[in-house]
Write a protein that binds this ligand. Structure first.
Ligand SMILES: Nc1ncnc2c1ncn2[C@@H]1O[C@H](COP(=O)(O)OP(=O)(O)O)[C@@H](O)[C@H]1O
Ligand SMILES: [Mg+2]
Length: 146
């Protein structure tokens, strides 16, 4: 049974559709749980942006990261609503596909739910680079939502 679901979200329309699918599935499975994972890439641009926030306010680096991810989690949690399942959020930093795959392969999940595409501009491609890499590198079932 797909009881422990890992839902990957970047805030894109596709990932919100993935959230709908995860929600509908979790509502069918007794005692299901959804873990929403978002990965912030620590690019030089983001690091500089966060550093500015740290300089202007009394934020810790971790708090600044949480602030950055907050709107993405918020939108996703709104889609999930108050269903018959538990919800957790998990914020990681680094390379999105690697972090999602590492979580998926940890033994804590039965299914990954992911959007086919994300925030990229390549409308004509079938799979984005994150969803493609995750599909290739995980050992558990994956539901790709178009
Ligand atoms: N940084 C991220 N954190 C978590 N999930 C992500 C991230 N980036 C992409 N995803 C997941 O992968 C799906 C496909 O996105 P992606 O492969 O990046 O496509 P694109 O190339 O169009 O941006 C998204 O719908 C989302 O579910
Ligand atoms: Mg992307």
């Amino acid at each position: 049974m797909f009881k422990r679901i890992l839902l990957a979200t970047d805030g894109s329309t596709h990932s919100l559709r993935a959230a709908e699918a995860a929600r509908d599935l979790a509502n069918l499975v007794p005692e299901a749980g959804i873990t929403v994972i978002h990965v912030l890439p620590l690019t030089p641009e983001l690091t500089m942006e966060l550093q500015k926030e740290l300089d202007s306010a009394e934020f810790t680096f971790e708090e600044a990261l949480n602030e950055k991810a907050r709107p993405i989690f918020k939108r996703t949690l709104e889609v999930l609503g108050n269903g018959n399942f538990s919800v957790q959020t998990r914020l990681e930093t680094g390379h999105a596909a690697d972090q999602i795959a590492q979580a998926a392969n940890s033994g804590h999940f039965d299914l990954v739910v992911i959007g086919s595409r994300g925030l990229g501009n390549w409308q004509e491609i079938l799979l984005g680079s994150v969803s493609e890499k995750v599909c290739h590198s995980i050992h558990i079932p994956v539901l790709i939502v178009k």
